[in-house]
Design a protein. Sequence first.
Length: 254
Amino acid sequence: MYRLIKNLFRIATLTCVLAIFYVGEFNPAKAQSINGQSAEAMTTLYEYAGKVYGTDDNVVNGRKYLPDHYNAKGDPYFLSDIWFESALIINGKKYDNQEILYNIDIEKVILKTTINDSIMVFLVLNNEFIDSFYLGPCHFINAAKHGLGSEFPGFVEQVYSGNFTVLTRHHKSFVSEYTKNTPNGLYSGTKSINYILNHGQIDKLSTKRSLLAYFSEYKKKVKNFMRKNKIRYKQGNYFQLNKLFEYCDEISSN
């Protein structure tokens, strides 16, 4: 775990300063208040970092994570606000068993980790240095690092990779709708859109119709496959979509 923290410290820019706070019973999606307990944790972290890393080119860096609109109905996270045990790939190195959330409103990865064996902290990781990460079977890649930064603002799920690549962008947004049931606003449901990357060309496959139009030569086969495997395109999960596009790749590549 210390190796992960060391790498995070080293790769960050010199202008950011890490603010941290005690976890207690804090839930990122449902936090109600933040108090002054972070001061002691901040002092401890500075002392610890100075002892371990010295004061040369290493600067305690990053920033604390405080969720926006934390009293809003719903949450801004991919799948749920429960921490995932995940794998992070940072600058080509894989770190297993990391607890993270993916905030798909702000396109940021949140890491829960421990400093000095006792202080639990939440860190907003810098997108620039994350190659990819996993949430269960879902593999998210950094769009900018794959030459797709102009198309996508943060990370996209790589649903399938073969003769072509299928990417899914997941997004939520805060809705300023203040009613009796949502006095503090609410988060929208997850909007997921599929894209196909084929020979450098990106096409949006947002509906079943657009999918069938893209594979028009094999339209009947694709429809039969979806019917046989009970795949509802808009509601399809990772396994279903991966299976569907694997089949599309197989029949279109022969």
